[in-house]
Structure formats: structure tokens, C-alpha cells
Design a binder for this molecule. Structure first.
Ligand SMILES: *Cc1c(COP(=O)(O)O)cnc(C)c1O
Length: 392
């Protein structure tokens, strides 16, 4: 019997080794990895440059606390601010913590910098923002809230892409709007570009902060380093985690200059904020992404993947739609996809779901065209076999 809480529904597979786009289980079976530990190992498994940086850092220093200066943390933050619209960074250890920091700085900015009493955060149905009490309350899905009452006050949900509903939800208590530009866990559902522009205008007009949750869409995944670059707008605050450390557990909350005075010394913190090792992983990951032009490659590979999927799956009535941006791709099916995921695993392809009916493909950003062909071939044969089985 396991000594772990049964919080995770696991597949009957034990992965023991990874390299690049491949994983191996304890039986020696090889898999093509199109889920990357949920958009985490975006440079592939055990990327050489990041590994070397971590090994070097392991020899030097692991942890000292933030009572001392930490050059790695400064450098990681500068890499992020030099390559984004942000002016300051707070490092943490997960996506939920990054969003928690975003919620906290939004409230504190209004209450301590502007001196008003705004605290409400408007988020969207089907969104996913994490598992802490504040972030599960922000999340627009009831399943993550069951049994955890009472929830923190100050969160309001409206449907995505409905500007009138959003306007109606704004009050004199609204501090921020928090948005995933592509709802990833929710089903690979994209915010309409026109809606995004209107949200930005609404925020500017009403003195509301725009928080973008880029935990899954960030770090090159959608074909730009950050997804907001596709939309011609900039957030006031945005959050990163997943792909930023190549598998080392890290997160970051980034904000523009006016927000900086909201987080004074002692107002927020974490023992493990940006440790020398964690920030070595971030530096090496970002530098490798820039050198390898990972976002540009994700853009090109994503177009290739989506067009090949559409060509291969177009005639299958059990496939409703192929959608996505860059290498965040969803295949919406006519029914539940759990059995399809299992059949794909047997054929050596690992994918993940996004809600009950959507297959989510999240290959590493450096994926090769032959690997895309291999995955499309396996998907096409498994989906057509499912169709044949259903119609027999
Ligand atoms: C994964 C995810 C989170 C939560 O990140 P954790 O590291 O699991 O806490 C929050 N928002 C989005 C969009 C995510 O994809």
C-alpha cells in the first residue's frame, strides 16, 4: 500500500528516464513525449545546457536565504525584465504561488499605493489558476473547490469573451481582472483578440489592473516568449511557472514599475524565493530558449503540427476541432477521450487531456518535424480505430 495521499489519478506507467523528446518506463518501453510534464520540460528532457548549469551550481552553493544578495536571482530577474514588459520580478516555487503573489500585489497596490479599498478580482469561468485557497477560488471550475469551504471573499467569475458580462461585474471594489489568454486546463480555449483589447481598455478606463496568468502560455509555448505579444497589449502583472525552469520547480510574478512600491520589504516573501540553484535553472533555461530561438521554432512547429493534424483528422467525425497556438494544441473530440489517451500510450505517444473531451498536445519547443509526423500518424490511426470500433 502506498504511503502517499491519493491526490493524483495515475496512469499504470512508471517513467524512469528521459532525454530530449523521449521517455522510457521501467519495462524499457519508449515513449514520444507530447505532454512534457504538463508544459514544463519545454527544452526536452535533461537539456544539456541547463544540466551543466545545475551541476556547476550544485558544486558552489545551494541555499542561503534572502537575507543576502544573490547574483543568480538578480541575473534571472534581469533576463526576464529585458525580454518582457515587466520591470520587477518576485520568484517563488510554483504557479499557484505566483498567482497568489499576483493577487496579493494587486490588492496591496490599491490599498497601500493608491489608498483605495479595492480588493475584488474578476476571473473567468473554465479558468485554472492553482490550488491554494485564493487561487482555487480564482479558478473558474467548481471541481477544485468542493469540500474547501469557506472560500476567501473577493472573487467574481464571468464567461470568457463576454465583454458585457465583464463590464457588468466591475464595481468600485474591483482591483484586477485575471485572465489566461488561452485557457489550457479548461480545454485550450482562446480569448478573442478583440475581447483582449477591450479588456485592456476597460482596465485603463476604470483604473483596474490586468493580471495575465501565463503559467502555461508563457516561456515560448505559444510561439512568442509570452502570449500577450500576440495580442498587441501588455499586462500590469503576469505570472510564470511550468516551463521557466526546465523541470526545476520555480515560479515568478512579474509586474510593471508602478507596482514596485506595493511590495515593500517584509510585505511578501518565501524561504525558497529564487534560491541560487532555482535561479541557475531559470537563467540557463531562458538563455537556451533565446539561443535556440525556441519561441520562433514553437511558432513554426505549431503551424506544422496543427495543419498536419487537420489534414490527417479532417474526415473523422469523432474529431470536432483542432485548435491552438504554437505548441499548445487541443483536439476536441465528440466524446470522452480517456480511452484514447490510454490507447495512445500503448502506441508509445504521451498526451494529456484538457477537460473530458479534449486531447492536449504539449511537445517540447524544439520538437523535430519527424517527431511531429510520428505523433500525427499515431493519433490518426488511434482515432480512426476508435471510430471503427464505435461504428461496428
Ligand atoms: C499549472 C497552472 C497553474 C498552477 O501551477 P502549479 O505550479 O501547479 O501551482 C496556474 N495557472 C495555469 C494557467 C496553469 O496552467
Amino acid at each position: 500500500m502506498s504511503s502517499l495521499f491519493p491526490t493524483f489519478a495515475r496512469y499504470p506507467i512508471t517513467i524512469v528516464k528521459g532525454k530530449g523528446s523521449r521517455l522510457w518506463d521501467d519495462q524499457g518501453k519508449e515513449y514520444l513525449d507530447f505532454m512534457t510534464g504538463i508544459a514544463v520540460t519545454s527544452l526536452g528532457h535533461v537539456p544539456e545546457r541547463v544540466k551543466n548549469a545545475l551541476v556547476n551550481q550544485l558544486d558552489q552553493l545551494w541555499h542561503v536565504s534572502n537575507l543576502f544578495y544573490n547574483p543568480n536571482q538578480e541575473k534571472a530577474a534581469k533576463l526576464l525584465t529585458d525580454n518582457s514588459c515587466a520591470d520587477a520580478v518576485f520568484f517563488c516555487n510554483s504557479g499557484a504561488e505566483a498567482n497568489e503573489a499576483a493577487i496579493k500585489i494587486a490588492r496591496r497596490y490599491h490599498q497601500k499605493v493608491l489608498g483605495n479599498e479595492r480588493y475584488e478580482i474578476v476571473t473567468f469561468t473554465q479558468s485554472f489558476h492553482g490550488r491554494t485557497l485564493a487561487t482555487l477560488t480564482a479558478t473558474g471550475q467548481d471541481k477544485v473547490k468542493e469540500g474547501f469551504l469557506p472560500l476567501p471573499v473577493g472573487f467574481v467569475h464571468v464567461p470568457l469573451n463576454d465583454i458585457e458580462a465583464l463590464k457588468a461585474a466591475i464595481t468600485d471594489k474591483t482591483a484586477a481582472i485575471m485572465l489566461e489568454l488561452i485557457q489550457a486546463e479548461g480545454g485550450v480555449l482562446e480569448a478573442d483578440p478583440q475581447f483582449v483589447r477591450e479588456v485592456r481598455e476597460l482596465c485603463d478606463r476604470e483604473g483596474i489592473l490586468l493580471i495575465l496568468d501565463e503559467i502555461q502560455t508563457g516561456m515560448g509555448r505559444t510561439g512568442k516568449l509570452f502570449a500577450y505579444e500576440h495580442y498587441g497589449i501588455e499586462p500590469d502583472i503576469f505570472t510564470l511557472a511550468k516551463g521557466i525552469g526546465s523541470g526545476f520547480p520555480v515560479g515568478a510574478m512579474l509586474a510593471k514599475a508602478p507596482l514596485i512600491p506595493a511590495f515593500t520589504a517584509g510585505s511578501h516573501g518565501s524561504t525558497f524565493s529564487g534560491t541560487p540553484i532555482a535561479t541557475a535553472a531559470i537563467i540557463a533555461t531562458i538563455e537556451t530558449m533565446l539561443i535556440e530561438q525556441a519561441p520562433e521554432r514553437a511558432a513554426a512547429s505549431g503551424e506544422l503540427l496543427i495543419s498536419k493534424l487537420r489534414a490527417a483528422l479532417n474526415d473523422l467525425p469523432n474529431v470536432v476541432e483542432v485548435r491552438g497556438r504554437g505548441l499548445l494544441v487541443g483536439i476536441e473530440c465528440a466524446g470522452p477521450v480517456a480511452d484514447i489517451v490510454a490507447a495512445l500510450q500503448q502506441r508509445g505517444l504521451l498526451v494529456i487531456t484538457a477537460g473530458p473531451n479534449v486531447l492536449r498536445l504539449l511537445p517540447n519547443l524544439l520538437i523535430a518535424e519527424e517527431e511531429i509526423d510520428e505523433a500525427v500518424g499515431i493519433l490518426a490511426s488511434v482515432l480512426s480505430e476508435q471510430l471503427a470500433a464505435a461504428t461496428n
